[in-house]
Design a protein around this ligand. Structure first.
Ligand SMILES: C[S@@+](CC[C@H](N)C(=O)[O-])C[C@H]1O[C@@H](n2cnc3c(N)ncnc32)[C@H](O)[C@@H]1O
Length: 283
């Protein structure tokens, strides 16, 4: 089924080159888009079945911007260029995140850190870093951050990772934070708010796909936060994702998932409950 036709007017360019006016015709079809999305699903777990038409529109716009006029051509171009693939993943994975999201979990985790049971934490995925810095802001408020604490953030969206490294946020993004924390730990800069460099020194941000067969090489962690990513995965992918996370945890490590992420207790984990908040411990 042909989805859309697009004529890119090359008249002016061709005039400059001194050749006859030729028009490039774009021809996008649903099958071609599905083939690209299937590849993305296999590699990253992302399932766009429920937002198919809007995702296909995004693919079309992305292709045209890159002077590509069929999905077959786009498929080959993504295969050949890791830069192009990364740009497409960035476009498809713009995820909402904000400071102090699901704060009860952050409080429980920080309790573990303060009692000395947790010093290596993984935020998978971290998006633009708000989750990682929320832990540090909370601990800073409590008055002590151990020098041995380290929080690693991973994601497949390289734009988000860059923003996490820079650590500057919009007013909207910090709106959940108490004003005294904003005043203490952020410096206003060009209408953004930049986090204290001392807090940044406890973090590192790196590109990693949770489904990468070499995922476990990123190290071992006392606690893993994996919140609001699995909503994009089907049940089989959720189970695979949890196996991958389990491979970077030791017995006793804690796992915090978003409240809508899974509807089953992950295999090899015990469910813990504090008030209305649940989390898991690796057995
Ligand atoms: C909604 S954000 C969640 C950020 C944060 N954990 C939170 O709860 O606010 C979802 C993130 O998952 C990332 N993501 C999706 N699939 C991934 C994968 N296979 N490996 C690593 N990150 C992935 C996306 O790039 C996006 O930044």
């Amino acid at each position: 089924m042909i989805l859309s036709w697009f004529r890119k007017d090359k008249k002016s360019e061709n005039k400059k080159e001194g050749c006859n006016t030729k028009q490039k015709v774009a021809r996008f079809n649903e099958e071609g888009a599905k083939r690209i999305l299937q590849k993305i699903k296999e590699e990253f777990g992302l399932d766009y079945e429920r937002q198919m038409s809007i995702t296909i529109k995004k693919l079309e716009r992305f292709a045209i911007k890159n002077e590509i006029f069929t999905f077959e051509e786009l498929f080959e171009a993504i295969k050949a260029s890791s830069r192009l693939k990364s740009e497409l993943i960035n476009l498809l994975t713009v995820g909402e995140t904000y400071f102090y999201r699901e704060l009860e979990q952050i409080e429980i985790l920080c309790g573990e850190v303060l009692s000395g049971r947790c010093s290596r934490i993984l935020s998978a995925p971290c998006s633009s870093g708000e989750e990682v810095y929320s832990i540090l802001l909370y601990l800073d408020e409590k008055g002590y951050i151990s020098p041995s604490l380290h929080i690693t953030g991973i994601d497949i969206n390289s734009d988000a990772l860059r923003q996490a490294e820079i650590g500057c946020y919009s007013k909207r993004s910090i709106s959940q934070l108490p004003q005294k924390i904003v005043q203490k730990s952020f410096t206003p800069k060009d209408s953004r708010f930049c986090i204290d460099t001392k807090l940044k020194s406890y973090t590192s941000f790196t590109y990693a796909n949770i489904f990468d067969p070499r995922f476990e090489e990123i190290g071992r962690f006392d606690a893993v936060l994996s919140r609001n990513m699995m909503i994009y995965f089907n049940d089989e992918q959720k189970r695979r994702a949890i196996e991958q996370l389990s491979s970077v945890m030791h017995t006793g490590s804690l796992l915090f998932l978003g409240h809508a992420d899974i509807s089953f207790t992950p295999k090899g984990f015990k469910k813990l409950q504090k008030g209305r908040t649940s989390y898991y411990q690796k057995q």
